[in-house]
Write a protein that binds this ligand. Sequence first.
Ligand code: GAR
Length: 221
Amino acid sequence: MAKLKAAVLLSGSGTNLQALIDASARPGYGAEIVTVIANRPDAYGLVRAQNAGLPTDVVRHREFAERASFEAALHEALTARGAELVCLAGFMRVLTAWFVERWMNRLINIHPSLLPVFKGLEVHERVIAAGVRFTGCTVHYVRTDVDAGPIIVQGAVPVHGDDTPQTLQARVLEAEHRCYPLAVDLIAKQRVRVVGDLVQIDGAPPPTGHLINPDPDRATS
Ligand code: GAR
């Protein structure tokens, strides 16, 4: 089967891009990265792409007077590279309905919480303040509502009593780096179907068992 041509859009460090680069080097992986697009020229993800020998494009949002022309330029760059799937990986621009509709069900995002809770920014700070015992990450199809859309893969991690936003972010990122490559591979292998607002995945059983936080086997009585 031909590899799915994926584009990665980012604004920053690009550790999720790195996970996708590493995964696409594995035999049997379903997708290849055809371009990495940043909206800022200093995004470190561009260096990761260049180190991996991948094409890059910079579409600077500041050079455009309005969102529509910025998104038209993004769309053009994606089309020119032959992208079939667009993966947002720390891309910190909200996309309008025009763009989302053009890439409907071919545009995915990773968010550092177990959606639909903790949408938006400063997620880890709010997770700690809420006192929840688990958080995680979500890979989902993009819709015009921010941080909403059919969920493809989620990864859960425990919150520790002494977590800072930084320690929690590091733990969630580890889960992100497994979830994003998995979601892209499942899509590439045509095992993901969008049915209404939900995703069905063919032949992908859930994990067995459950997690409890605190760990009942190690809690003192
Ligand atoms: C990731 O944690 C991703 O979930 C988050 O930005 C980070 C990018 O890290 N995305 C959002 O918050 C989108 N709303 P990376 O550049 O190292 O991949």
